[in-house]
Write a protein that binds this ligand. Structure first.
Ligand code: PLP
Length: 398
């Protein structure tokens, strides 16, 4: 038997967001003044009360295995959050706490997919969805949402993509990368298709606390039929600036929760016991730090939207949530920089990082090869400096 490797693992695309962040770090380490718009995480410290809860957990000896699907204490707090914030009623037996939202999503697809099952992924999408689906032997089916439709798919588009193999739809509202939010009416229409065609909805609501315009609506809250078919996924990473703590959670039917729990029990056992105590404090403790971060993000969003809207050759829609600007750069691709055509989004990102020391995310891996994503999870001062540099670059295009 030759020393061959797993075809499935080899087919995984390395994350391009991590690659650009690594390049920016490398240049920074060389002493260059780099502005990194790549960040996928809040730039604030984890609030003190949450850190204190973790320190207390250590001193109290809460440092051993917990139930694989999370402590009852945390699952009850997650149920209260789902009821109070999302208007969805789950019991602790319907909750699975995992090692981050990404792990929750991994468990979901492991629990529902059989080889060849199709999963509808609206485009633009967060770049990990297709890879997570493929690792679970599912087949991504992409449905494109153009800028003219606010980067949101319609129920009719979803229905047109359905086949007898459709197993699930991924919904992400607020969306990474577009920042768009689905309205109640849009979700009602999508839910009607999901119920009639009988497929699951994986509703990724990771950015639910970062909504600046519009209302957070959870599809599972709409009616009993869609509730049965929905797995609602969220976590503490973005809402509480806890990306490194790795806690995500889901609400689903008991049947799916049981499967996810047993998959997880063999993969990673329980999520970190100390991080579970911290996540509990995040959910039940004072929420003022969430409001402060929200207010700061909103200021940056207004500023960035205003600046980018006034630039030549690029355009963006005003994001309603999350902390990203999704920018259409298609017009720049035909232009020349320093005597050669910009050509594609990777070249544009390369020029920006190498010549202007600005890191942006090329969105080909998000399904939109003529868009970039700029995060506003960096300081206002950095944002101003970075946008000045992007403007200078645009001025130099002929
Ligand atoms: N879902 C979306 C849309 C995300 O953008 C991210 C992280 O970037 C996640 C899920 C995963 O979050 P976590 O850090 O909890 O794994």
């Amino acid at each position: 038997m030759a020393l061959t490797l797993s075809k499935k693992a080899q087919a995984v695309k390395p994350s391009s967001t991590l690659a650009i962040t690594a390049k920016a770090k490398e240049l920074k380490e060389k002493g260059l003044d780099v502005v990194g718009f790549g960040a996928g995480e809040p730039d604030f410290n984890t609030p003190d009360n949450i850190c204190e809860a973790a320190i207390k957990a250590i001193h109290d000896g809460f440092t051993k295995y917990t139930p694989a699907e999370g402590t009852l204490e945390l699952k009850k707090a997650v149920c209260d959050k789902f009821l109070g914030f999302n208007h969805i009623k789950y019991e602790p037996s319907q909750i699975v706490v995992s090692n981050g939202g990404k792990h929750s999503l991994t468990n979901i697809f492991q629990a529902i997919c059989n080889p060849g099952d199709e999963v509808i992924i609206p485009t633009p999408y967060w770049l990990s969805y297709p890879e997570i689906v493929k690792l679970a032997d599912g087949v991504p089916v992409y449905v494109r949402a153009e800028k003219g439709q606010n980067y949101k798919v319609t129920a009719a588009q979803i229905e047109a993509a359905c086949t007898d193999k459709t197993k699930a739809l991924v919904l992400n509202s607020p969306s990474n990368p577009s920042g768009m939010i689905y309205t109640r009416e849009e979700l009602e229409a999508i839910a009607e298709v999901a119920v009639r065609k009988d497929f699951y909805v994986v509703s990724d609501e990771m950015y639910e606390n970062l909504i600046y315009e519009g209302e957070a609506i959870s599809i599972a809250s709409l009616n009993d039929e869609i509730y049965k078919r929905t797995i609602t996924c969220s976590g503490v990473a973005k809402s509480y600036s806890m990306t490194g703590w790795r806690i995500g959670f889901t609400g689903s039917s008991k049947e799916i929760a049981k499967l996810m729990g047993s998959v997880q029990s063999h993969q990673t056992s329980n999520p970190n016991s100390i991080a579970q105590k911290a996540a509990y404090e995040a959910l039940v403790g004072p929420q003022d730090s969430v409001y402060k971060m929200h207010a700061e993000f909103n200021k940056r969003r207004e500023y960035m939207f205003e600046r980018v809207s006034n630039m030549k050759l690029i355009s963006t829609l005003k994001p309603q949530g999350a902390f990203y600007l999704f920018i259409d750069i298609s017009q720049t691709l035909e232009k020349e920089y320093n005597g050669s055509k910009v050509g594609d989004v990777y070249k544009l990102s390369q020029i920006l990082i190498e010549e202007f020391n600005v890191a942006v995310i090329p969105c080909e891996d998000f399904g939109f090869a003529d868009h970039i994503r700029l995060s506003y999870a960096i300081s206002m001062e950095q944002i101003k400096k970075g946008l000045d540099r992007i403007e200078t670059f645009i001025e130099k295009l002929v």
